[in-house]
Design a protein around this ligand. Sequence first.
Ligand SMILES: Nc1nc2c(ncn2[C@@H]2O[C@H](COP(=O)(O)OP(=O)(O)OP(=O)(O)O)[C@@H](O)[C@H]2O)c(=O)[nH]1
Ligand SMILES: [Mg+2]
Length: 228
Amino acid sequence: MFADYRVNDIRNKMHVMKIRPLDVMVTGVTGAGKSTTLNCLFGSQVAKVGNGVEPETMDLNYYELNEVARFWDTPGLGDGVVKDKIHAKKIVDLLFKDYYKDDRHYGWIDLVLIIIEGINRDMGSTYKLLNEIIVPNFQRDRILVAINQSDVAMKGRHWNYNLNKPDITLENFLRDQAISIQRRVNEATGVKIITPIYYSAEYNYNVDKLMDLIIDNIPTQRRNLVVR
Ligand SMILES: Nc1nc2c(ncn2[C@@H]2O[C@H](COP(=O)(O)OP(=O)(O)OP(=O)(O)O)[C@@H](O)[C@H]2O)c(=O)[nH]1
Ligand SMILES: [Mg+2]
């Protein structure tokens, strides 16, 4: 349950931005664990989780963590050409959702969190999501990346199921993988991301680090938006 986690830090940062709440869009390929991550943050089943075979989330839903932070779950891409188009449109529409204040338009979404699954060697769908949907429609410096499913990163080996954390071998693997993903994302998309954090939504491992990544990168200004 993360409703109380560093809530004063979020509040203070939103005070600087002069809006509230913070709106974070959670995105990533189907099965990455977006909905599971939200459930972990909320400490309850707010979002429907898939069985890992069929894509689960079909619509945009937002969930209020507390009075200063709100998360938007999105359908994952990788579900066939036709559905991907429909889902991509929903995501782009959300990126252009705006509010009007003092004669200007501002974007509703403040940060985009891209969730990658740590077991997937094929990053193609994630690059596509970044290159074709996020980057053309959203400020690059507001994009964050996190790697989920740390527990199964080495096919379940080196995960300590008693302590719900990786052993030293897996931890080294995860650290190297994060740096490698950072480099590969930079090469494939031109986006210079902060070194991704790795976590497991299933076992609530490093989810505090995920919150830190978000809170530490809350922008200081509202997002200017050129209306389409
Ligand atoms: N082992 C493990 N499994 C996970 C983890 N996070 C999610 N899963 C599993 O991965 C599958 C997909 O999770 P979802 O949360 O539905 O994924 P999603 O990104 O919301 O998928 P869509 O809604 O289809 O876009 C489910 O079976 C989850 O239980 C994790 O950290 N570790
Ligand atoms: Mg989902």
